[in-house]
Design a protein. Sequence first.
Length: 79
Amino acid sequence: MNLPAALLRAELQKLLTGAIQTMPYNERVVLAMYYHEELTLREIAKVVNLHESRVSQLKSQAILRLRSYVEKRWPSRRV
């Protein structure tokens, strides 16, 4: 059974929202600034008063955390 793309997108968005709510504050802030405010890592580093390399680490950690969260909860397409 194939679900419409809009329904899948909505479910994935709900799943990601839940995942983001469980993340550490610093990771949430970095992701929001990077993806929503479209700031560069250098700009984010200045705002949060961290080194640019640390901001990069936080972003990478956050993405890995999201990926892991989704992989555990999203139906696999493997047959």
